[in-house]
Ligand binder design. Structure first.
Ligand SMILES: [Ca+2]
Ligand SMILES: [Ca+2]
Ligand SMILES: [Ca+2]
Ligand SMILES: [Ca+2]
Length: 415
């Protein structure tokens, strides 16, 4: 496990086998033969201390956290797993350390379908970065060219959490980023050809996210209808925001948007139960089926407050949960792509380690099937290049697919 902090980062090794998973602002990916850790914020080369800067409103004698642009940005950091319990810092030679930013969220996904993972970093108040792989251990920033660096007005947003998934079912990955209040959260829809369009206004999440300071973000199909929905964990970074803006509050409620299936979302938070109505200082957000009953639950961490575990008790359709075991690829299948075809539609998933904000979702991949009673075909494309195909996948089960062996286990959902 790697713990990032202001100062020295700490790596801990468990048992005999080195196992790690993404936690605070860290993500890992299979960039080649080994799994790799990436830190969006970077480890300071030397402590950066800003003394005696007055931030806030002196006339009101209201101090506040300084704006991110007051501080010097830091480079991103990437460590190559040497495969023997040690890591090598390859930030400089990979190009990933060349750019400085105010990184808060990171998601690693293959946005251009060339089978190599790329790295999207949500930056606070400076343009986002999209590290596109150009060769073995070589990356360059493609965010501006791809249309994900800034919003349509050309302005950078206060990027916090982020996630990548294909929410409109066109087979291309899309991106979401949470931002500050009065900015709207950013939704970037993949167009193909390494391009995205800023889809916030047309998606229906614009006005609804305007009052919120968003952190955690996750694409997930909460109602098992086969369309990926969106959840956000919110909370102001200032503990005294009302001193600066009337009506602003530190604690905020979460948001749930239902995907209507036509590239639009509707705000269903008011119908999502007491867990969503709870006003807290939300930060981390992760989705997973904690009770193995076939619907996705949510874990929310809050700043200085207890965490919330939101159990999904909604009426949902049929579903399927797929666990991968890599043999030639990394053990958890990180970077693998799954395409499930059911009732004439194909849903895409990519196994990611670390996304949202301070979040690691269930590594198992969940597919909502609605009223469908069959899942005709599951194709798993592994980072090794190998492809496994399973025909007639049992629905309402957790199934395990092993690289090279296909379906090796099936367990019915818990009732
Ligand atoms: Ca790629
Ligand atoms: Ca898409
Ligand atoms: Ca849905
Ligand atoms: Ca569940």
């Amino acid at each position: 496990m790697l713990m990032t902090s202001f100062g020295i980062d700490v790596s801990m090794r468990f048992g005999g086998a080195l196992r790690f998973f993404a936690a605070a602002d860290v993500s890992c990916a299979d960039f080649g033969a080994t799994t790799t850790l990436l830190l969006p914020c970077g480890a300071p080369e030397k402590p950066i201390v800003v003394n005696h800067v007055y931030c806030g409103n002196a006339r009101l004698n209201a101090r506040a956290y300084c704006h991110p642009l007051i501080f010097a940005p830091l480079p991103n950091v990437v460590y190559r797993n040497d495969g023997k319990g040690t890591f090598t810092d390859v930030s400089r030679e990979s190009g990933i350390g060349a750019l400085r930013g105010n990184g808060l969220g990171v998601v690693i996904a293959d946005y251009d379908d060339d089978s190599w993972p790329d790295v999207f970093v949500a930056n606070d108040s400076v343009p986002n970065v999209l590290f596109h792989r150009t060769g073995p251990w070589r990356y360059e920033d493609a965010a501006l060219r791809a249309g994900v660096a800034v919003a349509t007005d050309g302005g950078a947003r206060a990027g916090m959490g982020t996630d990548a998934a294909d929410y409109d079912g066109d087979g291309r990955l899309d991106l979401v980023v949470t931002n500050l209040d009065f900015e709207m959260f950013s939704l970037f829809r993949g167009l193909g050809g390494r391009l995205f369009t800023y889809a916030t206004p047309e998606s229906g999440i614009g006005a609804a996210t305007l009052p919120f300071v968003g952190f955690g973000a996750v694409f997930f199909d909460f109602d098992n209808d086969g369309f990926l929905d969106l959840a956000f964990a919110n909370g102001h970074m200032l503990d005294n925001p009302a001193q600066f803006r009337a009506g602003a509050s530190h604690a905020q409620r979460k948001l749930l948007f239902r995907n209507t299936g036509s590239r639009r979302f509707s705000d269903v938070t008011s119908r999502a139960g007491p867990g969503f109505a709870l006003e807290k200082v939300g930060r981390g957000l992760a989705a997973g089926d904690i009770d193995n009953d076939g619907d996705l639950d949510l874990l929310v961490t809050n700043n200085g407050q207890t965490a919330d575990l939101l159990r999904n008790d909604g009426p949902g359709g049929h579903a399927l949960v797929v666990r991968l075991i890599g043999t030639q690829s990394n053990r958890d299948g990180i970077g693998a792509r799954l395409r499930l075809t059911a009732a004439g539609r194909t849903q895409l998933r990519e196994v990611k380690a670390g996304s949202s904000y301070l979040g690691q979702n269930d590594l198992r991949q969940h597919f909502g099937l609605g009223e469908g009673t069959r899942a005709e075909r599951l194709e798993v494309s592994w980072p090794s290049g190998r492809v496994d195909v399973v025909q007639d996948v049992p629905i309402d089960h957790v199934v395990t697919v092993r690289e090279g062996s296909g379906l090796v286990d099936r367990r019915a959902f818990a009732k």
